[in-house]
Design a protein around this ligand. Structure first.
Ligand code: FAD
Length: 289
């Protein structure tokens, strides 16, 4: 089933994310984790694509497993910076052969020291979106950045390029993580003004350790509000307390989004079924509304 058909109905949709292992040896363990997350009955599960392209085989394998064996819809991420156009076309063909219907089209981060752009690679995600659109009847998602993409100094340019990407054939967007919902509401206002009307799923990252917070900040450039930093200050040295506080914070963000009329939410569950389960338990009555 195409994810966009689900996102357009009136119900609340919660989706989760898993990442594939770096080596084949870890596949069974990730499948086990994924099965636990699938047991929470999400609207879909997305599977990331490792920077550098090394995990592409396992992304397809796990996305196929989710769909065929676990009976949950899957979304396979695909990046283009680390592969040639010919390789990307082969990967799209492979996903089609496997029966994958949903792809999150991304440029990917540029590995340090890599010469980029080059003639034989797609430079921006909008080009990848167009290539996927040309090659099959896929539902296509793409990324967006409420706080602006780290490489782009001007937020207005970011939105102009986002509009170009959407117009290339994107069905829905998922945001980079953020920790202040007002940033998301402001972003939604600005993109709607710019004529971007497709569904946008806020991406919520439950931060359960101090080191995860530092990694997330480095990766996304996100601003952590004082309210979050206070949790970290008070509970950062106590793993169990920090986990509980991080889950509560993410739950609170989700409840606020739902209360403000947003009905599709993506949770960066990061192969942590216990965290995903706790959030779903916290929302058990709310998501029935
Ligand atoms: P683009 O949309 O191409 O944008 C990249 C930059 O180029 C932006 O600064 C944009 O403003 C600028 N730009 C776009 N078009 C133009 C233009 N025409 N002219 C000039 N500038 C332009 N990474 C992974 O490696 N694997 C994953 O699985 C993965 N999943 C992700 C999921 C989500 C929801 C998000 C938000 C990010 C994910 N990423 C992943 C990270 C992503 O690959 C990086 O953020 C990457 O740097 C940008 O990818 P993009 O698809 O947003 O690129």
């Amino acid at each position: 089933m195409k994810i966009i058909d689900r996102l357009r109905d009136d119900r609340i949709h919660i989706s989760f994310e898993v990442f594939p292992p770096k080596t084949d040896a870890g596949v069974d363990s990730v499948m086990d984790t994924t099965a636990k997350i699938a047991g929470l009955n999400p609207s879909y599960i997305s599977v990331t694509y490792g920077a550098g392209g090394g995990t592409s085989k396992n992304t397809a394998k796990i996305a196929t497993y989710i769909r065929n064996e676990l009976g949950v819809e899957s979304l396979a991420h695909l990046t283009c910076a680390s592969s040639t156009k010919a390789e990307v076309h082969q990967l799209i063909e492979n996903l089609k052969q496997l029966g994958i219907e949903n792809i999150l089209a991304l440029r990917g981060d540029i590995p340090e020291g890599m010469t980029f752009p080059t003639e034989d690679r797609y430079r921006y995600a909008y080009e990848l979106v167009a290539a996927i659109r040309e090659r099959g009847d896929f539902c296509i998602g793409a990324a967006c950045y409420p706080e602006g993409h780290v490489e782009n100094e001007h937020k207005e340019d970011d939105i102009r390029y986002l509009k170009q990407k959407v117009d290339s054939g994107v069905d829905f967007l998922t945001t980079q993580m953020f920790f202040d919902n007002d940033i998301h509401y402001n972003f939604l206002y600005r993109i709607r003004e710019a004529g971007i009307t497709i569904p946008v799923l806020p991406g919520i990252m439950p931060i359960t350790t101090a080191s995860q917070m530092k990694r997330s900040q480095k990766l996304s450039g996100t601003v952590f509000p004082r309210r979050f930093l206070a949790l970290l200050d008070r509970f950062g040295d106590n793993p169990e307390a920090m986990k509980q506080a991080g889950i509560a914070y993410a739950t609170d963000q989700i409840i606020d989004l739902l209360a403000n009329g947003i009905k599709n939410i993506h949770i960066y569950s990061m192969n942590k079924p216990d965290v995903a389960a706790k959030i779903m338990e916290n929302l058990s009555e709310i998501i029935k509304c």
